[in-house]
Design a protein around this ligand. Structure first.
Ligand SMILES: Nc1ncnc2c1ncn2[C@@H]1O[C@H](COP(=O)(O)OP(=O)(O)OP(=O)(O)O)[C@@H](O)[C@H]1O
Ligand SMILES: [Mg+2]
Length: 252
């Protein structure tokens, strides 16, 4: 399989603190790839560099052979990269379905020229509702479509965030701690859904998660970081038994 994302020699400092010290890694297409490392090792900084929140001091980020280094988030979103945040940011008074529809791209009614011609965007809206319905089915949220999101459980809110990323048509999705604060049963369900989305929609997932006990059984590939450097890459079994990774966790 081919790499969808490639990170080469990324360096990023905050003042005198070197948060990323020459990080290079690849993410293979249509895999669930996980990034692990002790607190403060640079995982979120790396995600923020990939997703356009931070500009790296040096190094490159390549997505499907396009150099996207330093691109702003909205441009990455159009290219097919999306993310979720550790704490979901939803429109709490809107329903589950409405939250998904707000995320869909390129509403023709927003165009000044097309807005008066209702027929041009009615069909588009119907298609978007159908797409949202399919995503809600894949996420197991069909029954909840008409509920305001503030009424959902924490795990369901995370699923709605994922649904919003899917509505954008994203092919590469970064998940920041998708199961933190979620009970074990739902955490397993969330990962089972992630695998289903990988297989049925061909999505690539790049995931930061601390709860290895649950996540490890679902992951295709793993990268481990410590002190702003990449320590090991491989299958989850290889990485968690790597002496440098064990030491980084024990020493942290
Ligand atoms: N915006 C910032 N300004 C200054 N320092 C920062 C900033 N963001 C991160 N850092 C520092 O960079 C280092 C790496 O932080 P980062 O958040 O990437 O770690 P992490 O691996 O995501 O940790 P955690 O597992 O706790 O989320 C830390 O020392 C952190 O304090
Ligand atoms: Mg972090």
């Amino acid at each position: 399989m081919r790499d969808i994302l490639s990170v080469r020699g990324i360096e990023k400092s905050f003042g005198s603190l070197k948060a990323l010290d020459g990080v290079s890694l690849e993410v293979e297409e249509k895999t669930v790839t996980m990034l692990i490392g002790p607190n403060g090792s640079g995982k979120s900084t790396l995600i923020n560099v990939v997703m356009g929140l931070h500009k790296p001091d040096s190094g490159t980020v390549t997505y499907e052979s396009t150099d996207i280094t330093g691109w702003p988030p909205h441009k990455l979103y159009r290219l097919g990269l999306a993310r979720t945040f550790q704490i979901p940011a939803l429109f709490w008074d809107l329903t589950v379905l409405e939250n998904l529809l707000v995320a869909s791209k390129d509403h023709p009614g927003e165009s000044f020229l097309k807005a008066p011609f209702k027929g041009t965007w009615m069909k588009w809206e119907e298609e978007q509702v159908a797409a949202a319905g399919k995503i809600l089915r894949l996420l197991g949220l069909s029954e909840k479509w008409n509920q305001p999101t503030f009424q959902l459980s924490g795990g369901q809110m995370k699923l709605v965030e994922l649904g919003r990323a899917l509505m954008s048509g994203a092919k590469f999705i970064c998940l920041d701690e998708p199961i933190s604060g979620v009970n074990p049963t739902l955490a397993h369900e969330i990962f089972a859904k992630i695998l289903r989305l990988r297989d049925e929609l061909g999505i690539t997932f790049f995931i930061v998660e601390h709860r290895l006990d649950i996540a490890i059984t679902y992951v295709d590939y793993m990268h481990a970081m410590a002190y702003g450097k990449l320590l090991a890459s491989g299958t989850p079994e290889e990485v968690v038994s790597d002496a440098r990774v064990v030491e980084a966790y024990l020493g942290a």
